[in-house]
Design a protein around this ligand. Structure first.
Ligand code: GLA
Length: 735
């Protein structure tokens, strides 16, 4: 068992391969946090808790005259509200009498084999070859008879701990939950940096590293989705932590709606981190006998720097999160119609693009937006999921059949969660979208959001989308979501339940996905929200790959894919080669560089193949072949960021290495060309220093030690946005 309880010391001890997590029940029943970090053999950490009489630090009643016990400064496992801890709380609840006090005291625990369950929300699961053990601790508020049940599942071999919290109303009055964090973690000091990922549409997951300072730093989303603006992933690390060395802690929320990540340095220079559903626009009425569960947080600790942390997340997300059988299968190389044709196509044009792309060596053709209702632009028809026969005379099945005859598979774009005002669905069910009565509504991309907190809307979508998927031979689906949510009000909810609408929307979405995506394991689903606006682990649970960004410019993608790589595995990241000048930035970059950057993920194309020359198509075919030959190392190997594009302005490089270190693929793009420039060197990572490696296609070999310590010269003849890519193979002995 990776979990133990020492009854004498009232201490819980959780252990993974390289980390220990300890907490202790105080003499007054509060659960205090002792330690999370590098694995330690010690079981008695009581001396770390320092009790002191401090001014303006109140003492709870049960402490009697003991003025040294105060929640104002002790590290807590789950901070209760209204009892003298003034840091940002884990829970806020309005009691029947209007008070907002919740004082959770130890009321029992349970340790069992296997993973806890979260009903209705995605979470990790134990798979064969590794184990999970679970601890549940019940903290009860005597006065309201409500309790929080803290859940911890320890994935020992995977080196991660997952957490969730259940709020249970065991009393007689309805309680109004205003905040229920999935995790609180108190550190004894605040000598840390915070790393987080911010962005906007077409520029997602930009890397930020800031020092923790006095006060609160918080990031989050209130847009109804996990958002382009901030990703539900953050890292707390020591100041001297870099890619290869140092302590770091990862926080990843398995949730697709509003979230909050807080890092607060308190008056005594201690750090508290909270993560969970964003309390903004949230409340949840929990009636007697009912409960509410917070989504899962995946916690990981590494002393092997940011790369070590990345590898933990990549492995556990690849193996324990994604439910699609495709997460382990080779993905087809696709060509997507969006940047090739936008809304302007008919069957003939689509077939021409598909036919010409056969010569490029792709496997699958994806028909993007514009195939249904009267959709000739983005102002109408969302909700009317019937094929537009004016554009596609033989329907989806006819088109799919013709595409299959060319030897290609067929994929389709959908955006189930939306409705256009100009649609039959809206005309029939104007009350099916989120909008407040008597108020003008806010449009986004001229569309409205369906109210997925309504059961009948979910059932309608399940039936409609399943019918489409069964109406033709479809091997791939791109599931889009193209606006931020506003005007939140649901006709299906009582007045004091309106604060539940957004969370219920997310639960509705998971219910729909359970009944569409999990019912079609033979289809590859690709997550999308205007590119990477819902790029989170919960979506990865359903969809093995996600469209990383609507920005297909290879140079912008260097930063976007860099930021994405911290938590999300390479085989979750869909990346396309598009035309130049690029449609988003106007930049021109060689086909070679575009291909190399797109091979930093699941390679695809998004261009009009009828406009490519024979040489270009042949070039793409070679690119696809090279990618396919190296698919395993790219998709399943360990990923190394060799440079940080925010620091190294000259070039960006990355590396994929097989787990057995026998093969590596190195990619480098020159981002700034200087005159009479200094010679640049690239130091590799992750190789066996005692082994020798040969560059594929060249003679001679180099030791792993040399390649990692001296590095290799960056070819001085490379021009701006030029690139190199090469494969290293381990050889038996030096050549
Ligand atoms: C979103 C997606 C694009 C494309 C369009 C279609 O913006 O991110 O890739 O599918 O919608 O409308």
């Amino acid at each position: 068992m990776a979990i133990k309880y020492n009854a004498d010391r009232k201490t819980f001890i959780l252990e993974t391969r390289n980390s220990s997590y300890l907490m202790k029940v105080s003499r007054y029943g509060n659960l205090l946090h002792l330690y999370y970090g590098k694995k330690i053999p010690d079981k008695n950490l009581d001396f770390l808790l320092k009790f002191q009489d401090r001014g303006f630090s109140p003492n709870p009643n049960e402490a009697g005259n003991d003025r040294t016990f105060s929640l104002d400064f002790l590290q807590q496992e789950y901070s209760t509200d209204g009892k003298g801890d003034y840091r940002s709380p884990s829970i806020e609840v309005v009691n029947g009498d209007g008070s907002t006090i919740f004082s959770g005291k130890m009321a029992g625990y349970k340790i069992y084999k296997g993973k806890y369950c979260i009903k209705g929300m995605p979470s990790l699961r134990a798979v064969s070859g590794d184990t999970a053990d679970t601890l549940e601790i019940r903290l009860e508020d005597r006065e309201s008879q409500a309790a929080v049940i803290l859940g911890y599942s320890v994935f020992e071999e995977k080196d991660v701990i997952t957490r969730t919290v259940r709020f249970v109303n065991g009393g007689r009055q309805s309680l109004m939950l205003k905040r229920l964090m999935s995790v609180t973690l108190d550190y004894r000091d605040s000598d840390f940096d915070l790393i987080y990922f911010s962005g906007r549409h077409t520029m997602e997951r930009e890397f930020n590293r800031i020092p923790v300072q006095s006060g609160m730093h918080s990031i989050g989303s209130s847009r109804g989705t996990s958002s382009h603006q901030f990703n539900p992933f953050g890292i707390v690390c020591r100041k001297n932590t870099d890619e290869d060395r140092g302590d770091c802690y990862g926080y990843s929320l398995v949730y697709s709606g509003n979230f909050l990540l807080e890092a607060e340095q308190d008056q005594f220079s201690q750090l508290r981190v909270n993560m969970g559903i964003n309390p903004r626009d949230f409340s949840y009425r929990v009636d007697p006998g009912e409960e509410f569960q917070a989504p899962e947080v995946v916690l990981a600790y590494s002393d092997q720097g940011l790369t070590g942390l990345t590898h933990l997340y990549h492995d556990v997300f690849r193996e324990n999160l994604c439910r699609s059988p495709y997460s382990k299968k080779v993905r087809p190389v696709l060509i997507n119609s969006w940047e090739a044709a936008y809304f302007d196509f008919d069957e003939e044009k689509i077939l021409n693009i598909a036919r010409e792309s056969v010569a490029m060596g792709v496997d699958l053709f994806v028909l993007d937006d514009g195939w249904f209702g009267n959709r000739d632009d983005d102002n109408s028809s969302l909700g009317d999921w019937t094929v537009n026969r004016r554009k596609l005379k033989d329907g989806l099945d006819g088109l799919s059949e013709k595409i299959h005859q060319m030897g290609l598979q067929f994929g389709l774009w959908i955006e189930p969660e939306m409705v256009s005002e100009n649609s039959d669905l809206y005309r029939k069910h104007p009350d099916w979208c989120l909008k407040a009565p008597g108020r003008p509504m806010t449009r986004g991309r001229n569309q409205l959001v369906l109210d997925l907190s309504r059961k009948e809307v979910c059932e309608y979508l399940i039936q409609t989308i399943n019918e489409i998927l069964e109406s033709a031979k479809i091997e791939y689906v791109k599931w889009d979501m193209n606006r931020s949510i506003s005007d939140v009000w649901s006709g299906a909810l009582e007045k004091d339940r309106q604060g539940e609408a957004l969370h219920r929307y997310v639960l509705g979405l998971y219910y729909i996905m359970d009944n569409i995506i999990l019912k079609h394991p033979e289809i590859i689903f690709c997550g999308c929200s205007g590119g990477g606006g819902r790029y989170d682990p919960a979506m990865l649970y359903y969809q093995p790959q996600m469209w990383c960004s609507d920005n297909t410019d290879a140079i912008s993608r260097l930063k976007i894919q860099f930021g994405t790589s911290f938590a999300y595995p390479v085989n979750a990241l869909e990346a396309h080669v598009s035309v130049c000048p690029n449609h988003q930035t106007g930049r021109s970059v060689s086909l070679k560089t575009r291909g190399i950057v797109a091979m930093g993920g699941i390679l695809g194309y998004e261009l009009d193949s009828t406009k490519l020359s024979e040489e270009e198509k042949e070039f793409c075919r070679k690119q696809v072949n090279f990618y396919k030959k190296n698919y395993r190392v790219i998709a399943e190997g360990d990923y190394y960021r060799l440079t940080n594009p925010y620091e190294n302005r000259s070039f960006t490089a990355w590396e994929h290495v097989t787990k057995n270190k026998k093969k590596a693929l190195i990619s480098l793009v020159l981002t700034d060309k200087e005159s009479n420039a200094p010679q640049l060197y690239l130091r590799l990572k992750g190789l066996d220093e005692n082994a020798f490696y040969r560059v594929e296609g060249h003679r001679g070999s180099f030791s792993g030690a040399l390649l990692m310590n001296a590095g290799i010269p960056v070819p001085p003849e490379l021009g701006e946005y030029d690139s190199v890519q090469f494969v290293l193979r381990m050889v038996q002995e030096a050549e």
